[in-house]
Ligand binder design. Structure first.
Ligand SMILES: [Fe+2]
Length: 238
């Protein structure tokens, strides 16, 4: 009923937990920058996606829209799960958003030498302590790479030269600011032989962001490639 989900990997950067309470209260430390509560959710999420009938791009689904859908019993089970997840996260002071993603509009319109799109490997950043919660309910899921299998794109000599030319200045503090202001410093390239792992479907993840004083390196991840003709994805992000 749901998409194929590959087995979850055993990696030093991932810690698995048994409950939402544990997911929220766990601390990132050592090599761990991704926490996962593995789940197999019941219900027909495909039906939800189908009946939402979203247009191209990203549509945020509010609770009223979800509540108004006429669903089969299996669709109803899926809707209950979506609402429960949002309520659970909101009760912890999180701000979950349910998005139905039907491809991306203007995919590389603003790209310079370094793509800053969510389908490019990147880290989420914040000015203060923060992390990102993610759950894919339907469709292709986000994927990630261990930090020792990536290189910041701005540190690849050819790309750095292009970025420097775009900046039109010296490789100094001003250039670092330029990289930061344009999010170029948040994007990474896989090293040769890198093996991405998939977040899978139904699992609730909490991944480390980049912020001053973070005890761990941020989790490098990306949205999956758009598969032409594939139905929209359903994603909770908080
Ligand atoms: Fe992200």
């Amino acid at each position: 009923m749901n998409d194929f989900s590959p087995p979850l990997p055993e990696l030093p950067c991932i810690r698995y937990v048994d409950s939402f309470e544990e997911l929220v209260s766990a601390r990132f430390s050592g090599p761990v920058n991704a926490l996962c509560w593995p789940r197999k959710l019941e219900g027909d999420f495909a039906e939800i996606v189908e009946k939402l009938r979203v247009g191209r791009g990203i549509t945020t689904i509010d609770e009223e829209t979800l509540a108004a859908l006429e669903l089969s019993p299996a669709g109803e089970v899926a809707r209950k799960s979506l609402l429960e997840d949002q309520a659970m996260m909101e009760a912890c002071g999180l701000l979950p958003v349910l998005d139905c993603i039907n491809g991306y509009v203007n995919l590389h319109e603003d790209d310079g030498p370094v793509s800053t799109h969510v389908q490019s490997y990147h880290v989420d950043s914040a000015t203060d302590e923060a992390d990102t919660y993610l759950c894919t309910y339907f469709g292709a899921s986000s994927e990630a790479l261990p930090n020792d299998q990536v290189i910041p794109k701005a540190e690849i000599p050819a790309l750095r030269a292009e970025l420097l030319a775009l900046h039109g200045g010296e490789d100094d503090e001003g250039f670092a600011e330029f990289l930061n202001e344009n999010f170029y410093d948040l994007h990474y390239a896989p090293l040769p032989g890198a093996e991405p792992w998939s977040f899978g479907v139904g699992n609730l993840w909490r991944i480390a962001c980049e912020y001053p004083g973070s005890p761990v390196p941020p989790c490098v991840h990306r949205a999956p490639d758009t598969i032409p003709g594939a139905p929209p994805r359903l994603l909770l992000i908080g």
